[in-house]
Design a binder for this molecule. Structure first.
Ligand SMILES: [Zn+2]
Length: 376
């Protein structure tokens, strides 16, 4: 038996791995931070034998509620990820699995690899509608990518979409892949019409360093990027610094920041009701956006979500709030589940990469539904 996490987005510490029935593991903390929850490792197994893998420090992780009714993901071929029996006793997370094959990968959610990220960027660059812009280097020396889709023009609505500020929320980049597949399809009528009136500015991965390092929530310096939007710095949070500067140059009419939520088994939007500049017009377009999305897909709902901020009480270090206030625009944090959509459960796969991609494509339709209101 052997367990390793020495690969892109790997994260696990092996405490003991002598008997398949008593494997003891722990999740590593994000570098220079106390956050942890993301795990991703490979097991060399005895096929047909039940392996009991206990994550001993699950109870002190960033979001213990995330383990309730949660099932871990497993894959033999690193393409199809399925759920395996998982229990949480309030302290430890216990994964039980009898692998069919000699080796198997386990993860908190379907990983979105850095190789795939690089493929995505080069693929989009092949489109005549898409410009690929280097924003600058990260702390680990990776490149921050911005994709501009559509010909910029003053009269067009500027739509910004960012994903994966929290690197463990890999569903956010699967979402972006679905969103871009639709937006760059030159036979998609809605996408073509949208590009006549809108320009899209898309950052598929806000936190490449954290993604490769196997972090849950922070960048290479242990900084939670979604608390840096009031005063980002090149030293601590260059990722946000670059994006905010680029936004300043283009302006923003609509902003979507894509995340995953550990605890709630639903897709939902968190709005900017608490920012000082929030007004009736912003509210109306926001409600219209939700109604269109509700009419398109049962994967979206508005019953469950975060508590709505009281007027003036928004945290202006959070991306969606900071952008809404600075640019006086509609902005949402979009959350997808790690677990499943409880309104439409799937016991084999739960919420998945494919469903995240489809949801991304559906959100593009919802933007089509409100595009004419954005600049009127
Ligand atoms: Zn998040």
């Amino acid at each position: 038996m052997f367990i390793t996490a020495q690969f892109d987005s790997g994260n696990i510490e092996v405490i003991e791995a002598n008997e398949p029935s008593a494997i003891q593991l722990a999740i590593r903390k994000d570098n220079q931070s106390d956050f942890y929850q993301w795990f991703h490792f490979k097991l060399y197994a005895e096929p047909g034998v039940e392996h009991v893998m206990t994550i001993t420090n699950a109870g002190q992780s960033a979001y213990p509620d995330g383990w309730k009714d949660y099932s871990a993901l497993a894959s033999y071929d690193r393409e199809t990820w399925f759920r395996v029996p998982t229990e949480y006793n309030g302290k430890e997370l216990v994964i039980r699995h009898s692998p069919d094959q000699e080796s198997v990968y386990y993860a908190y959610f379907t990983p979105y690899s850095y190789e795939r990220h690089m493929d995505l960027i080069q693929w989009t660059q092949q489109s005549i509608e898409c410009d690929h812009v280097l924003l600058g280097p990260t702390l680990d020396g990776r490149d921050m990518n911005l994709l501009i889709v559509g010909e910029p023009a003053d009269h067009k609505a500027k739509i910004w979409v960012t994903a994966r500020q929290h690197p463990g929320e890999s569903m956010a980049e699967w979402f972006i892949e679905g969103f871009l597949s639709r937006l760059l399809d030159d036979e998609d009528g809605a996408a073509r019409r949208l590009l006549e009136t809108c320009v899209f500015y898309i950052v598929p991965n806000m936190n490449p360093d954290g993604s490769v390092r196997g972090h849950l929530r922070t960048n290479a310096a242990g900084v939670n990027l979604n608390r840096e939007w009031a005063e980002p710095s090149l030293e601590k949070s260059p990722e946000v610094y670059y994006v905010l500067n680029a936004m300043q140059q283009t302006g923003v009419d609509f902003y979507l920041d894509v995340h995953g939520d550990e605890a709630l088994p639903y897709n939902f939007l968190a709005g900017c009701e608490g920012v000082p500049s929030y007004n009736d017009k912003t509210h109306q377009i926001g409600e219209q956006f939700k109604q269109v999305l509700l009419s398109i897909t049962p994967e979206f709902q508005t019953e469950y979500g975060y508590e709505i901020d009281k007027p003036g009480e928004a945290n202006l270090t959070v991306a969606s709030n900071a952008v809404s206030e600075r640019f006086n625009c509609l902005a949402f944090t979009l959350e997808m589940p790690f677990k499943d959509n409880a309104n439409l459960p799937d016991v084999d796969f739960g919420w998945s990469a494919n469903r995240s991609q489809q949801f991304g494509a559906d959100v593009l339709s919802a933007i089509y539904g409100i595009a004419n209101s954005l600049r009127s």
